[in-house]
Design a protein around this ligand. Structure first.
Ligand SMILES: [Zn+2]
Length: 430
């Protein structure tokens, strides 16, 4: 396959070039288009579009197995391809939790059969989890320091520490949901729910997680941070060791003023913050490793019920949400690269991903940054987005996963993604 007339973000900068793909890899990049025009491959003329590495989303709740009424591997991967995401890592809060080798294998088999983009899975770090063996197939582990959907809360310090130590021995990155359970006040109504999980709780959760990771010598990644303070703490800790963090499109685009309008459709954990805190997070993106959706679909009737569950979808408009930040000069094009693919690729050890270079995996997003975003176009099974009424920017023209077209105006369900494994999977680290 040949992509010609590319305006592509290569490591050396934004270049006019042609990109040749074969056997799932980038096999040639030429700034002299005529050199490759004669090859006679399947040709995409992408003149006027922006070509970036496909996004890596390390935080997705695919919901299969266990809750396929909300989403499944087919629909989640279609939404991902629509958003320019070429690799997604699935969270383990399924029913039953993904904590054993057999549960991991069952999930990865479903993904193999149904996902149109590349996929991997987190293992639940909970008592009884098969961490050492699970590390052969899982990309990382997830530790819940606060209650949320699927309740995998581990609230005893000694157990948290033991799980982090086991993960470190298995060479697994520890991803944490960092809030301080003791500072949260449970509430159902969305505004009360948000008030009951204050920013101070997140900051305390991050402080405890960082301290624990230091003492266990574990590699730590803090999920979905919402304030400048939390991000600064991670950045300071990261300079002394390996601590990183992510931010979500919804915490970057929505705040409490939107929650009034969205009601239960804006209910999530951690909750939406004030406008001031959201602006602080936007100003901290230089210290954030990646933008992860925390795609967490729920059905309309669940969201409209008493005690609506927390969580919002985000895969469908991944790149439009990020491009909107570039359009507003909040971030640069280089930031877009780091936040959408390069940061996660390095953090998770996917060293053939997150870069447009000869020999890298052919995971590519072709973007139209100037086009209007169609917020009504959705492939997630839940059929709604919390971004309704917001100004996102651009659209995805083509998504290529592993050298195969996964989206070209619509998802191609004949495409099959590949399982991703981190570099050094299965190696002990003691
Ligand atoms: Zn999540």
């Amino acid at each position: 396959m040949l992509l010609k007339n590319c305006k592509a973000l290569l490591p050396e900068g934004l270049m006019d070039c042609s990109i040749l793909l074969s056997d799932g890899k980038i096999t040639d990049i030429s700034v002299t288009p005529s050199r490759m025009d004669a090859v006679g491959e399947q040709v995409f003329d992408v003149a006027g579009k922006l070509v970036l590495p496909g996004a890596i989303d390390p935080h997705v709740h695919v919901r299969e197995p266990g809750a396929t009424q909300k989403e499944d591997w087919r629909t989640a991967s279609m939404a991902a391809a629509h958003g320019g995401v070429t690799t997604m890592l699935d969270m383990p809060n399924n029913s039953p939790p993904t904590a054993t080798v057999s549960a991991l294998r069952e999930k990865l088999k479903l993904a193999h059969d149904k996902s149109i983009i590349n996929y991997g899975a987190h293992i639940a770090l909970m008592p009884g989890a098969e961490i050492a063996q699970g590390a052969q197939v899982a990309c990382s582990g997830k530790l819940y320091l606060a209650s949320t959907t699927g309740n995998l809360l581990v609230d005893k310090d000694a157990i948290q520490k033991q799980l982090m130590t086991e993960a470190r021995r298995a060479g697994l990155l520890v991803c944490v949901h960092a809030e301080d359970e003791s500072m949260n006040t449970p509430a159902q109504e969305p505004m009360a729910h948000a008030a009951g999980r204050p920013a101070a709780s997140e900051l305390s959760g991050v402080r405890r997680a960082v301290a624990m990771a230091k003492s266990c010598k574990a590699q730590l990644h803090c999920c979905h941070l919402t304030t400048a303070g939390s991000v600064s703490l991670v950045a300071a800790a990261g300079e002394m060791g390996a601590v990183t963090c992510e931010a979500t499109p919804h915490h970057l685009h929505l705040d409490l003023s939107d929650l009034e309008r969205l009601g239960p459709y804006g209910k999530m954990n951690p909750p939406l913050r004030s406008k001031q805190e959201r602006e602080g997070l936007l100003g901290s993106l230089g210290k954030v490793t990646c933008i992860a959706t925390d795609h967490a679909p729920h059905m309309h009737d669940e969201k409209q019920s008493d005690g609506a569950p927390s969580g919002v979808p985000g895969l469908d408009h991944y790149f439009p949400a990020v491009l909107a930040l570039m359009h507003r000069d909040v971030i640069s094009l280089d930031d877009v690269w780091r936040l959408t693919s390069a940061g996660a690729a390095l953090r998770w050890g996917f060293f053939d991903k997150g870069v447009l270079a000869v020999g890298a995996d052919a995971d590519i997003a072709v973007l139209e940054p100037k086009q209007e975003t169609d917020l009504g176009e959705l492939y997630t099974k839940c059929g709604w987005t919390p971004m309704v009424g917001k100004q996102l920017h651009g659209r995805v023209a083509v998504t290529i996963a592993g050298g195969t077209v996964a989206y070209d105006g619509e998802p191609d369900t004949r495409c099959r993604g590949r399982q991703v494994l981190r570099e050094g999977a299965g190696e002990e680290n003691d």
